[in-house]
Design a protein around this ligand. Structure first.
Ligand code: ZN
Length: 140
């Protein structure tokens, strides 16, 4: 954590993970998902009804390009309906991306760091490009 600062160019894209616990929160997550799809060019991931990978609650992922961040993240701040959302960069170092460089909207949740590869280059490989699968028609 010392030396020259890391350049922004190291961030290839971002994820927002929208967590939910129980039917009411799942309904809120569905509303947010629809509202995001109407407003932003993002790649909506599938629903994970059970915890998967480092995540301790059910969730879905929103993958988005760097230039979408200054619109989507403030929108999620205002419209998260009490849900916890993890926003993390994709730099190729999964452990650091989730546990060191991430930010939380709402109440932070644990992240199972032991299932994530540590260090840049180790288990990182290529970062999937964001291919938007939404067709926004509303202004944020
Ligand atoms: Zn992610």
């Amino acid at each position: 954590m010392s030396g020259a600062p890391r350049p922004l160019a190291g961030i290839a894209s971002y994820h927002a993970h929208v967590y939910f616990d129980g039917p009411a929160q799942r309904a809120a997550a569905a509303t947010i998902r629809d509202q995001v799809a109407e407003r932003f060019a993002v790649q909506l991931g599938r629903w994970h009804e059970q915890p998967v990978g480092p995540h301790v609650l059910a969730m879905y992922q929103i993958a988005f390009a760097v230039e979408v961040f200054p619109q989507l993240v403030p929108w999620l701040m205002l419209n998260r309906q009490g849900l916890s959302i993890l926003v993390h960069p994709n730099t190729g170092a999964q452990y650091d991306d989730h546990l060191v460089h991430a930010l939380w909207l709402g109440t932070p949740l644990p992240i199972k760091g032991d299932v994530l590869p540590r260090g840049a280059g180790e288990g990182s490989g290529a970062i999937d490009p964001v291919t938007p699968n939404t067709a926004p028609r509303l202004e944020p």
